[in-house]
Structures are given as structure tokens and as C-alpha cells.
Design a protein around this ligand. Structure first.
Ligand code: NAP
Length: 315
């Protein structure tokens, strides 16, 4: 008999429905995927692995034999905060397609800033016919904060498109063609030199509020910022101040402290802010289910739990 794998999700009804049909199909040869509310008492007791998407922690706790959970998202800050330290191992989604999608978004919005689009949008509103000096990609330095799966792919794509690219990580790192920095001094070295700063680090205790007044003041005059990671990494008040009084010229924000962004939030109407509704790299169901099936299939075959999140460092 095939093992039962619970699916625990408090995602939106549409999203839940999508996964509820895609997961059983992708795992059909390996396991029976069942939504939490359809599990029998025995199935709850026997489950050793569950698939989760924004799960209610009490439902995870109701499966006493869980060894690990497979998240359907790349960011796991809610899971690390809500599941007990001695709870199941947390495996996040690492999908090469997501790295492609994110690097495409980083390139697209970097080009938007590089080609001065916010300025030309404003000029059109004011019926102003005026061209500005064009710089080449080689004359533009892009600093990528967080050069893991998504950041490294984005840095490489920017480099391939001719930009001068710097990277910053927690530990020393080497990436071909990218000047890599780490640590406190490294952060300021990247901020001092970058025309566009791209934020792609995970939300952890260390990175919460990591970009505040001192960091934003250290940016180059007229630098722009792209936050595709998580809202709370960037202090909103400090960002507004850096946009209103310098040095920043524009911010492209895909992630916020509260999502959806509240209607009365100043970001919505700020001339120097582009608001995106958390769309830079959504999980793509068709590729994600194959990765989930491989991870869970491998586990049932060999007993190996895929690489899990380091609970101490939070990512
Ligand atoms: P990852 O592979 O774990 O890479 C994280 C990178 O951040 C690593 O380079 C890491 O440094 C660095 N980092 C972590 N803590 C740091 C610190 N305190 N100081 C400096 N650098 C630090 O993560 P990923 O898969 O690239 O994903 C990054 C984040 O993107 C996710 O956590 C998620 O929040 C976000 N995301 C957003 C969307 C969206 O649609 N907006 C979609 C997917 C993911 P080391 O290399 O030294 O470990």
C-alpha cells in the first residue's frame, strides 16, 4: 500500500485547489496525497512527511511522527518562526525554474531603471519631450545583496547582459565574473559602489531591518533599489526618507511588511516607488510538483531527507 502524505495549506482557495489536483497526480506512483482534513486518525499517526504551504502550525503539530515537511515556497521565515525548534526538518522549495524566473525579473526591472523608465513615465504625464544621457550597462554597477540560489542566478544574468556586478553574502563566496563581498564592511563597500541595489536575502533574525538609515545613506547619489526578497528586511520609514531627501532616486518593491499593501500606505502613490504585488518569482506548479515528487520519492526509497533549513541561522 502506498504511504499517505498529508497536504497542509492555508493558501488562498484558488491556490489550494490548484495544488490539490497537481500534487496527487505528480506523486501518483509514490504516495497518496491527502488534504489534512481528510486524514484518518491512523493516517495522522503514521505520516512521516507532509507537504506544506502556509500551514496552520497546529495541524503540523497534530502529526506526531513527522520527520520532515516539504514547503512549496522558497522563503521559509514563517515556518522557522512558527514550527518548534525540535519539530520536523524544514525543506524549502529549490527549483531551478524559480531561479530563472527571478533572474528574468531582476533583469527586467534593472533594465527599467537602467533605461530611465520611471523618469520618462513622469515626463509623459507632464508632456515633456526631453532625452537624457544614456549610459552603457558596463558603466552601471549592480549590487546583489544575497547571492544564494536566486541571487547568484540573477547576478550571472546581469553580468551576461553587460552590467558590472557585485555580490554580498553572509559567508565569503566566489562567483565567476562577480566581485563578492561579505560581512559588515562588505555591505558598505557594495552600497557605496552600486547604481542599483537588488535585495535577495532571506528574512531571518539577522536580516530583519538590516537595511536602515545608515545603510541607505551609504548608497550612491541617485542610486535605485529593488527589493524582491521580503518587506521587513528594508525599514520602510528609512526608505521613504532616502527617497524624499536622497540619496535614492527610485525603489521597485515587490514585497512589503504587510501584504496586500494596505490601501493607505504611502508607497502606493509615491512618485519614486514602483509597487508590484509579490510577483517577481511565484512558485510554478508544473515544475515545483516534479521537484516535490523527486524529494518525496527519494525519501521513501532511501530514507534520505533532502537538505533542510538550518534552524539556527534561519535559512
Ligand atoms: P538562499 O539560496 O538561501 O540564499 C540566501 C543568500 O542570502 C545567501 O547568499 C546567503 O549568504 C545570504 N544571506 C543570508 N543571511 C545573510 C546575512 N545575514 N547577511 C548577508 N547575507 C545573507 O535563498 P534564495 O533561494 O536565493 O532565496 C532568497 C529569498 O528570496 C527567499 O528567502 C525569499 O524570501 C525570497 N523570494 C522572493 C520571491 C518573490 O516572488 N518575491 C520568490 C522566491 C523567493 P551565504 O551564501 O553566505 O549563505
Amino acid at each position: 500500500m502506498k504511504p499517505v502524505v498529508p497536504f497542509i495549506s492555508a493558501a488562498s482557495p484558488d491556490e489550494r485547489q490548484l495544488w490539490r489536483s497537481a500534487l496527487p497526480e505528480a506523486l501518483a506512483d509514490i504516495a497518496v496525497v491527502k488534504p489534512f482534513d481528510e486524514l484518518s486518525q491512523a493516517e495522522r499517526q503514521q505520516a512521516t512527511v507532509a507537504i506544506v504551504a502556509n500551514p496552520d502550525p497546529s495541524e503540523v503539530a497534530a502529526l506526531p511522527g513527522l520527520v520532515w515537511v516539504q514547503s512549496l515556497w522558497a522563503g521559509v521565515e514563517r515556518l522557522t518562526a512558527e514550527l518548534p525548534d525540535d519539530g520536523p526538518a524544514i525543506v524549502r522549495l529549490t527549483d531551478p525554474q524559480m531561479a530563472d524566473t527571478m533572474s528574468e525579473a531582476v533583469l527586467a526591472w534593472t533594465l527599467y531603471l537602467h533605461r530611465d523608465m520611471p523618469r520618462y513615465i513622469q515626463q509623459q504625464r507632464e508632456k515633456v519631450w526631453l532625452g537624457h544621457e544614456l549610459r552603457t550597462p558596463e558603466e552601471r554597477t549592480i549590487g546583489v545583496l544575497g547571492i544564494g540560489k536566486l541571487g547568484a542566478a540573477s547576478a550571472a544574468r546581469l553580468k551576461d547582459n553587460g552590467f558590472n556586478v557585485l555580490g554580498w553574502s553572509r559567508n565569503p563566496k566566489e562567483l565567476q565574473g562577480i566581485s563578492c563581498f561579505h560581512g559588515e564592511d562588505g555591505l558598505f563597500a557594495v552600497l557605496n559602489r552600486s547604481d542599483i541595489v537588488v535585495v535577495l536575502m532571506p528574512l531571518t533574525q539577522e536580516t530583519t531591518g538590516r537595511l536602515g538609515p545608515a545603510e541607505l545613506r551609504a548608497c550612491k547619489k541617485d542610486a535605485a533599489l529593488i527589493n524582491f526578497a521580503r518587506g521587513p528586511i528594508l525599514q520602510s520609514e528609512a526608505l521613504l526618507d532616502a527617497l524624499d531627501h536622497g540619496p535614492l532616486s527610485h525603489a521597485v518593491l515587490d514585497v512589503f511588511d504587510e501584504e496586500p499593501l494596505p490601501e493607505d500606505h504611502p508607497f502606493w502613490t509615491h512618485d519614486k516607488v514602483t509597487v508590484l504585488p509579490h510577483i517577481s518569482a511565484p512558485t510554478i506548479t508544473s515544475t515545483a510538483v516534479r521537484i516535490v515528487a523527486d524529494n518525496i520519492g527519494g525519501y521513501f526509497e532511501t530514507g534520505t531527507v533532502p537538505q533542510s533549513v538550518d534552524r539556527q541561522r534561519g535559512y
